[in-house]
Design a protein around this ligand. Structure first.
Ligand SMILES: [Zn+2]
Length: 438
């Protein structure tokens, strides 16, 4: 019988009050496995531009790639799942797409990249679907179509994995108890996992706090590591099952786009390189604001207290050459469009100098001024000198990359541990335990 390759993408099925797109994916995969479809890749969990205003929790979309004899039935079943599990009453705008073809055209991946860097209008997604033979199903205003198309078309320059474990329904909404020590130990023993535990704040980072079905998520470089990592997490609560996703989390992909300093588009994400032209100032609440420029273009930058980067930012001075990544915040009454900083890389630090009275070379004491324009004199031995001297003040920051505190990382933030690590696409291996339910 004829076999079809079917790409399935969906997004924005969740809401702030529970449910979650990855859980829907888990339920769909659980069903499709029973239907004996063949999986051609790990499910994708793709995070898009985190700086757009209407994201729910993480702006994550899911894509599946399968082979089936009966694409019509699969489409019907998946659509039923989306209808059943989407939190439409709570403000979700689910989008679901099907694309029946073995290869993904490169326009799809361009669409995905655009959704990573900017705000893509839902009407653009509807037009794109119509022009490219993509079948769509949506509820609400259809904003979810943007991520759904972007997810099936996503092309990875680098990627990671996340194992997400789900709770039994009877535990939804209840507090999660996970033994801290087991998570700390997991991070130490499985070096290919990341962002599980914040050792400086003594905090477990794998578990969410909301009412959603996610029990915990272990992020890492390959399937073996996240499966092994999850087996080391100790809790009294038994979870119902797990699924491993291939993801752009931890890649910093949303900041790889160079922003035009002269034309900052609200809600876009990316990086700029420029010189600090205004001494940073600390505002009420501890946030630090400064201005950078390149050629004759300028941009205001804001570093928020919870990032833990304010100490670094407040030590910048005029003339420092830096690279910063972040998202463009909408203009307000008090501020113009501002780059909300997500990392600071000091490329070339300026010398911090002051003019000071000369030192007496004999006594190693600072000379006193004899009056305006009359030179300087050592009070102890009478030595004299004409001019003030330029002195270097040691800088408190170094020429290096500075990232937010681990607990302030977003899904897409590239952690220090991954700075020089890039995974070219790891082949799908169906023999790995990427799906499990009890
Ligand atoms: Zn002296």
């Amino acid at each position: 019988m004829k076999q079809s390759v079917l790409h399935i993408g969906f997004d924005d099925t969740d809401s702030r009050n529970g449910m979650c797109t990855t859980f829907l994916a888990y339920k769909i995969v659980e069903h499709l496995r029973k239907e004996k479809v063949r999986f051609l890749d790990y499910p994708y969990l793709i995070r898009f531009n985190p700086n757009i205003p209407w994201k729910t929790r993480g702006n994550g979309a899911v894509a599946l790639k399968i082979q089936t004899q009966n694409p019509r039935l699969v489409k019907k079943r998946v659509t039923d799942f989306v209808k059943k599990y989407s939190a439409i009453d709570e403000g979700a705008n689910p989008g679901l797409v099907f694309y029946e073809n073995s290869a993904i055209p490169k326009e799809f991946s361009e669409f995905g990249k655009t959704a990573l860097f900017t705000l893509v209008n839902r009407n653009k997604a509807k037009r794109f679907a119509a022009q490219n033979n993509i079948e769509t199903f949506y509820m609400g205003n259809g904003q979810g179509l943007v991520g759904a198309i972007g997810a099936i078309g996503y092309s990875f320059d680098d990627h990671t994995f996340e194992l997400i474990a789900y709770r039994h329904k009877s535990n939804f909404g209840k507090k999660r108890f996970i033994f801290k020590e087991s998570v700390k130990k997991m991070q130490e023993t499985i070096p290919k996992t990341f962002n599980s535990y914040d050792a400086t704040k003594n905090r477990v980072l794998i578990a969410p706090h909301g009412p959603d079905p996610v029990f915990f998520g272990v992020r890492g470089e390959d399937v073996q590591s996240v499966v092994k990592g999850a087996s080391l997490v100790k809790s009294q609560e038994k979870f119902s099952g797990y699924m491993v996703f291939r993801s752009n989390q931890g890649t910093g992909d949303h900041l790889q786009n160079e922003l035009d300093m002269g034309n900052l588009r609200t809600f876009s994400s990316g990086y700029v390189v420029g010189q600090v032209v205004k001494t940073p100032r600390t505002e009420r609440g501890g946030h630090v604001i400064f201005t950078i420029s390149k050629s004759d273009k300028k941009a205001d930058c804001a570093v928020y207290k919870p990032t833990g980067l304010t100490d670094i930012a407040s030590n910048l001075i005029k003339g420092d050459l830096i690279k910063i990544g972040g998202g463009i915040r909408k203009a307000s009454k008090t501020h113009g469009r501002t780059i909300n900083v997500e990392f600071i890389e000091a490329i070339k630090l300026a010398k911090n100098t002051v003019l000071a009275n000369p030192m007496c070379t004999k006594c190693e004491k600072r000379m006193k001024s004899k009056g305006k324009g009359q030179g300087f004199k050592c009070e102890k031995c009478g030595n004299i000198s004409e001019d003030k001297v330029t002195e270097n003040i040691p800088r408190k920051i170094k020429e290096q990359l500075y990232l937010p505190a681990t607990s302030a990382h977003r899904h897409l933030t590239r952690p220090m541990k991954r700075i020089s690590k890039f995974n070219t696409k790891i082949a799908f291996d169906n023999s790995k335990k990427w799906f499990y339910n009890f």
